[in-house]
Design a protein around this ligand. Structure first.
Ligand code: G6P
Length: 609
């Protein structure tokens, strides 16, 4: 994900910026750039690729200066390229900015600015900010006022670093929704999107709050709230070392990414849920196209396939369109029936999985329309799809996918609702409820995450368990499949997921006293049947753990332990049930001493068939 570093002081800014950016490399990025005020002018260098590519370019340039901003970009709007890299400058090069976050109303702002004569050089949402700032600076004649006027026009999220040729001693920072800190040094100050970028220089920081703007000189830091009133802040002393700082204080990336989920969902929904429609501007499938489609396939691998199973159920239930879901490696060799009336929906975190990509190419060759649900901007699948839905989960580092999965499921739910609205299958009232529930989803996940200590403690009770069966019905069964995969991946315990009613047709023979059966119980219409299935397991001596909604009393009859989650409706509650399963898999792996971030034999991106 994008990273920001900024410096003002007596030292040469270039090496400090490069050093700061390189400490943010672990977050992943596709391009890097810097702007420095050098001999009274802003000099900007930005390059697609690694920081080493940027370093090579600046090596022989004499970019000497004591104030500057730097950025590593992880593409969201516009492919990775030199022109889309940050910093972005105004037309005469007198103002330069770096930005993390998403400007939601950038299309409208861009159109307004174009009508005022501004020319855009990139495909990014960020570029509107620098031109808007230029516009207000020419009007207000004061950079602080111009920054506030600009921010008043922006909807969405931002962490901004700004330099202006007319203010050669002042670094400007602003924040709303994306993290930004100010590092406090001796005769020098810093800005950064994350602590590692400044840890080599200082451990004293100010944490900017939403709506705040800071004007930073080498020996003075002025912070203003959104009403331009000066605010006094306490200095925060960083106590972490570098490694834990990169993981945001979490012990493993997997745990960090589990806790990233409320933000990943917020980002995935940002700007997409409108009053009576869903804004997915890279999907051009209207009623006429939908009515012309004779077959829908959802194809993916691994965890993404499990998100696809949820998607099948959403589309079938909400739109009444039958959907075939398949794993990509099977789909390709099963002689799938594809023509120009086929819609192929593919899900992929990386956008590079070999089998999924090959499925895209095969279906395309036969005339199908391809809709990609992808996390990595500019990836092969993103480029080759006809319609695109970015999951915006952010960079996922741990091999076991967590936040990408949740964002994929939420994206499939958005897609199903989009189609249902187009087809007139759901009313505005129904959609209002969908919207309200989705808006509450990040908060519900936060509530479950607050219980992580209890799940950790609970996992210790199962240290001697030899095999784990996950059972559920309906959507809960698909959640079981993902829960079981997660446990296998990181703990190496033997595990199976079964539709609860199917257990007695074979797997029940494996149940013994050292078996754990996890019953996912959110589907109300099959609750009694699930309880009976759990009774059958209990009768064979197995331990029973259930994940269910608050007030489910019937499950108490059979479960030894229960993890409660909030009720959020038929389609969203199962998504919530997945969160304790991720935590359970993580803590079981920790109990067994596994290397959770790099499980044996597994790869994050599988680019071979
Ligand atoms: C690998 C990863 C999984 C992922 C699967 C599909 O197996 O370990 O976490 O779900 O590939 O990857 P994709 O990038 O296409 O979602």
């Amino acid at each position: 994900m994008c990273g920001i570093a900024g410096y003002v002081g007596n030292k040469e800014a270039l090496s400090i910026l490069i050093n700061g950016l390189s400490k943010l490399e672990y977050r992943g990025y596709d391009s890097a750039g810097i702007s420095i005020i050098c001999d009274g002018n802003i000099k900007t260098v930005k390059k697609k690729g690694r920081i080493s590519v940027l370093e090579e370019f600046v090596k022989n340039d004499k970019i000497n200066g004591h104030i500057g901003i730097g950025h590593t970009r992880w593409a969201t709007h516009g492919e990775p390229s030199d022109k889309n890299s940050h910093p972005h400058t105004n037309t005469d090069g007198s103002i330069s900015i770096v930005h993390n976050g998403i400007i939601e109303n950038y299309i409208k702002l861009r159109d307004d600015l174009i009508s005022k004569g501004y020319k855009f050089l990139s495909d990014t949402d960020t570029e509107v900010v620098v031109h808007l700032l230029d516009y207000y600076y020419k009007k207000d004649k004061n950079i602080k006022d111009a920054v506030f006027s600009t921010l008043n026009q922006i909807e969405g999220t931002y962490a901004l670093g700004i330099i202006c040729k007319d203010y050669p001693d002042t670094l400007i920072a602003a924040r709303k929704g994306s993290p930004l800190i100010i590092g406090v040094g001796e005769n020098e100050n810093f800005i950064a999107s994350d602590v590692p970028a400044i840890l080599n220089y200082t451990k004293k920081i100010y944490l900017l709050d939403d709506g705040e703007v800071a004007l930073i000189n080498k020996d003075l830091i002025l912070i203003y709230d959104k009403n331009k009133n000066e605010v006094k802040k306490d200095i925060f002393e960083v106590t972490w070392d570098m490694e834990s700082a990169e993981k945001g204080g979490f012990e493993h990336f997997m745990l960090k990414e589990i806790f990233d989920q409320p933000k990943a969902i917020k980002d995935t929904l940002l700007g997409r849920l409108k009053n009576d429609y869903i804004n997915l501007d890279e999907i051009k499938i209207d009623k006429q196209i939908l009515e012309n489609i004779n077959r829908v396939y959802i194809v993916a691998c691994g965890t993404a396939y499990h998100a696809g199973l949820m998607g099948k159920k959403f589309i079938e239930s909400l739109c009444g369109i039958p959907v075939i879901t398949d794993v990509a490696s099977e789909f390709r060799y099963n002689n799938p029936i594809i023509d120009n009336k086929t819609l192929l929906i593919v899900l992929s975190q990386s956008g590079e999985t070999a089998d999924t990509l090959a499925a895209v190419r095969l279906a395309k060759e036969k005339g199908a329309r391809i809709l990609g649900v992808v996390n990595t901007v500019g990836s092969s699948i993103a480029r080759e799809a006809d319609d695109l839905l970015y999951t915006l989960a952010g960079l996922e580092i741990a091999v076991a996918s967590t936040k990408a999965y949740t964002s994929q499921v939420v994206s499939m739910y958005l897609l199903a609702n989009l189609f249902a609205l187009e087809l007139g299958k759901i009313s505005k009232n129904d959609f209002e409820n969908v919207k309200l529930t989705l808006e509450k989803l990040p908060g519900y996940i936060e509530d479950i995450l607050k219980e992580s200590d209890k799940i950790e403690k609970l996992s210790k009770e199962y240290i001697n368990i030899k095999n784990v069966f996950y059972i559920g019905r309906g959507l809960d069964y698909f959640i079981c499949k993902e829960g079981s995969l997660k446990l296998k991946e990181v703990s190496y315990l033997y595990s199976e997921a079964y539709p609860a009613g199917e257990l007695k047709h074979g797997p029940i023979a494996l149940l013994q006293e050292d078996s754990l059966v996890i019953g996912i119980a959110t589907c109300e219409n099959t609750m009694e049947k699930l309880v009976s299935n759990l009774q059958e397991c209990k009768a064979r001596g197995s331990k029973i753990l259930s994940i269910t909604t608050e007030n489910n009393n019937i499950i108490k009859k059979v479960a030894d332990n229960i993890i409660y989650i909030p009720y959020a409706g038929e389609f969203i509650t199962p998504i919530l049930a997945n969160i304790p399963l991720q935590l359970f898999a993580y803590y079981m792996a920790i109990n067994l001493g596994r290397d959770v971030d790099k499980p044996r034999n597994l790869a994050k991106s599988v680019t071979v068939e």
